[in-house]
Ligand binder design. Structure first.
Ligand SMILES: [Zn+2]
Length: 226
């Protein structure tokens, strides 16, 4: 008999560790389902659902969406999407201790989701390597395209020009080393709180030290580790 347990993998880690790329590849190669909270927020806002209207109040003011609202949204998605035996990747969720507490409590109280196994994959990479990766990132300046390139991992065919639409490539101001360093400082405080919650509540956390190298190398190492 096939394993009917639903697996929820939470991919956790700072920006620049390549967790989104690994998640997309798991979807392509193993048929996993994947949730990005940013995409789901946009979908709800476009659909102008009840939740979408509440989310829009924060997003349109440039504020962070409160933890309880994000968690409610992810949980509703999980209830709707998660089928017995499926594997689901939550890319970047839970991001805070409060989100993790609320989400795990909701899972445990729901009769349909009580058989879900929850596992955290903690993507680890040194600050210097993250800064190197992010500051090598180039984005297509065409708003409709926004393809991402990297001067170390994915060079465009012609320097400074998008392969797909021939528009000039630019560096986002968010990707400057100084800004990245600041974001990583904020991240590391949240990370400590979240990981100590997982430890206290005996959740399974796999530390995945992201190897240096191209996405293929990272993916192979990921398969071995997880
Ligand atoms: Zn382009």
């Amino acid at each position: 008999m096939a394993d009917q347990t639903t697996k929820v993998l939470s991919f956790f880690g700072p920006p620049g560790t390549g967790k989104g790329t690994v998640a997309q590849r798991c979807v392509r190669e193993f048929g996993y389902k994947m949730l990005s909270t940013g995409d789901l927020i946009r979908k709800h806002m476009q659909a102008q659902s009840n939740l979408g209207k509440q989310l829009a109040e924060y997003v349109n003011r440039g504020q962070l969406v409160p933890d309880d609202l994000v968690t409610q949204m992810v949980f509703e998605w999980a209830k709707d999407q998660v089928k017995p035996g499926a594997t689901v990747i939550l890319d970047g969720f839970p991001r805070t201790r409060v989100q993790a507490e609320l989400f795990l409590q909701a899972l445990s109280e729901d009769p349909d989701l009580s058989r879900v196994s929850f596992k955290v994959i903690n993507f680890e990479l040194s600050e210097e390597e993250i800064i190197k990766r992010i500051s090598s990132r180039l984005i297509c300046s065409n708003k409709e395209c926004q393809s991402v390139y990297s001067t170390i991992a994915k060079m465009p065919k012609q320097a400074g020009v998008c392969d797909l639409c021939d528009s000039p490539l630019v560096r986002r101001s968010d990707d400057e080393a100084e800004v990245v360093r600041e974001r990583l400082n904020v991240f590391s405080k949240t990370k400590n709180e979240l990981l100590s919650f997982y430890k206290e509540s005996d959740q399974s956390v796999i530390d995945f030290v992201v190897p240096h190298g191209l996405p293929d190398v990272v993916f192979d190492a990921f398969i071995k580790a997880v």
